[in-house]
Design a binder for this molecule. Structure first.
Ligand SMILES: Cc1cc2nc3c(=O)[nH]c(=O)nc-3n(C[C@H](O)[C@H](O)[C@H](O)COP(=O)(O)OP(=O)(O)OC[C@H]3O[C@@H](n4cnc5c(N)ncnc54)[C@H](O)[C@@H]3O)c2cc1C
Length: 478
């Protein structure tokens, strides 16, 4: 790998040794993200102010130094791993949050934590709906770069739907602002939306204006169980057909329920052990929730094997806690996981359930699946043992078959995590050559030297062929 000792020394002279660190501890901590694939950078930049990023990028662009922007490193795809070495910019210190109560907007720096933004908004009677399960850790910059989603996507939308304006730096080091703190902006190309979901490859976002909505006054939670996955998915279709729009509609298949039950030593639904479940939450005004809950109870009576309304907020939180446990609990089924976040159009739910059944049978692997039924974003977890060559090969075949099926059914290979390194083998299943060329042309126009997050998206990388670090993050359940 090419090294850049002289340029790094020049950057340290410009910004100081506290901002530009080259010690092993800083470089090791920035060498991997939640994918646990390690690549050592040469320096880590901890900007003292937003302007430092312009200095870093101007120098990097002049000398061709690879630069990877890093939020909290919770991405599961390897998007924040400095695969070509060079420099990492750690955004965590730029974390100011200001709520404009009158306008219903949040002005944030990109290292701000997402749960902290939600809490700041709620303290003023506003609500910021995007809620990735990693929200207590991840940054809004990472959410913007990946267009993060979460459980609220079906009713409220994803990060993209709440971005009013962005500011930051082009890969050349030039400062730019996309949009203003106004709800309308039609002046010129929509570069803001081009940056959202571009996985840190088209610019470094330093600040954002976020749209807020009034905080819902009332929430109501219902747990339902079904005889099998196909029944659960059919029932969900019936719910959406009746124009119901739950704030959350989470599905857990039988394997996910069993994992959560073993991990928590509690049954997800008393008397319904091992049955697939759907957890629903209604949110809105008191009247709205009352009206909808009547219709939802009638739906549950007609479609579910059993249902139970959470008696209070505490009980509802317990149900959600079990849901959050299921992902980490899956490691009892294998020490390696191909964690996919595919999207399926609602019309294809039942066909997809049939496909999953066949995939499990043909591969001989455990494939616990859960996810957000209101937007079709399902987390399909292909579990295997890394040391077992047969299982590894089966997992590789299973993920290929999954991606081909998802696209054939009119869906997407990623709904919220993005491409990074992990999904690069499948990008061209989703996008034919003309589409890939258009994306590459945009990249070349904004980043002519290809310095920003190189080696991602377009170059093919097979995660299962690379050793992962045996490290534990605070967000790892096990
Ligand atoms: C337990 C767990 C649960 C998760 N649940 C969800 C979920 O429900 N929904 C969901 O969508 N995701 C989820 N994720 C994935 C992850 O949390 C999100 O992708 C999140 O957006 C990453 O934010 P981060 O701050 O950790 O960014 P990082 O992981 O540090 O970086 C992610 C990408 O963003 C880029 N980037 C970061 N900051 C900037 C910036 N300021 N400017 C430009 N580029 C930048 C990086 O270069 C990289 O490409 C989960 C992850 C874990 C570990």
């Amino acid at each position: 790998m090419k090294t850049f000792a002289k340029v790094t020394a020049a950057l340290r002279r410009k910004l100081g040794v506290k901002v530009v660190r080259t010690d092993d501890a800083a470089c090791a901590a920035a060498s991997y993200d939640s994918s646990k694939l390690p690549f050592f950078p040469e320096a880590v930049i901890f900007p003292a102010e937003e302007g430092d990023i312009g200095v870093v990028l101007t120098l990097a662009n002049k000398h061709g130094v690879p630069v990877t922007t890093r939020g909290r490193g919770t991405t599961l795809t390897g998007a924040a791993a400095p695969v070509r070495g060079g420099w990492v910019i750690d955004m965590m210190s730029l974390n100011k949050i200001e709520i404009n109560e009158d306008a219903g907007m949040a002005h944030v720096q990109c290292g701000a934590n997402v749960a902290a933004i939600q809490r700041a908004a709620e303290a003023k009677g506003w609500f910021y709906p995007p809620d990735p399960s990693s929200k207590e850790y991840c940054t809004i910059g990472g959410n913007i770069a990946c267009n993060a989603g979460g459980m609220h996507g079906g009713k409220y939308g994803v990060t993209r739907d709440f971005i009013v304006a962005l500011r930051g730096f082009l890969p050349t080091g030039e400062y730019v602002e996309w949009g203003t703190a106004t709800k309308k902006f039609s002046a010129g190309f929509n570069m803001r939306d081009l940056w959202i979901g571009s996985e840190g490859m088209l610019g470094v976002v330093t600040g954002a204006v976020l749209k807020l909505i009034p905080r819902p006054a009332e929430r109501w939670t219902l747990l339902t169980s079904f005889p099998d996955e196909a029944h659960a998915l059919k029932a969900a279709l019936a719910l959406f057909r009746s124009r119901m729009q739950p704030a959350i509609c989470e599905f857990l298949d039988r394997e996910s329920v069993l994992c959560a039950e073993r991990a928590t030593k509690q049954s997800v639904f008393e008397g319904q052990a091992g049955r697939p479940v759907i957890l629903l939450e209604l949110a809105g005004s008191k009247l709205e929730v009352q009206e909808q809950s009547v219709a939802v109870l009638a739906w549950a009576g007609a479609h579910a094997t059993a249902h139970r309304v959470a008696a209070n907020r505490e009980e509802a939180e317990q149900l959600w806690a079990v849901r959050r446990k299921c992902s980490g609990a899956m490691f009892e089924l294998g020490d390696a996981k191909l964690n996919e976040d595919i999207v399926i159009p609602m019309r294809s739910y039942v066909k997809f359930a049939q496909f999953l059944k066949k995939l499990k049978r043909d591969s001989g692997l455990h494939v616990p699946t859960f996810g957000h039924l209101a937007d079709g974003n399902l987390h399909v977890n292909i579990m295997y043992h890394r040391a077992d060559k047969k299982e590894t090969r089966a997992a590789e075949k299973a993920v290929q078959s999954l991606m081909e099926t998802v696209v054939a059914l009119g869906g997407a290979i990623s709904g919220e995590h993005g491409i990074g390194l992990a999904k690069t083998p499948f990008l061209r299943i989703q996008h034919p050559p003309a589409q890939v060329r258009a994306m590459q042309a945009v990249k070349a126009a904004l980043d002519p030297k290809g310095i920003l997050n190189p080696g991602k998206m377009f170059d093919v990388f097979h995660v299962w062929k690379h050793a992962k670090l045996d490290v534990k993050f605070p967000w790892d359940h096990k």
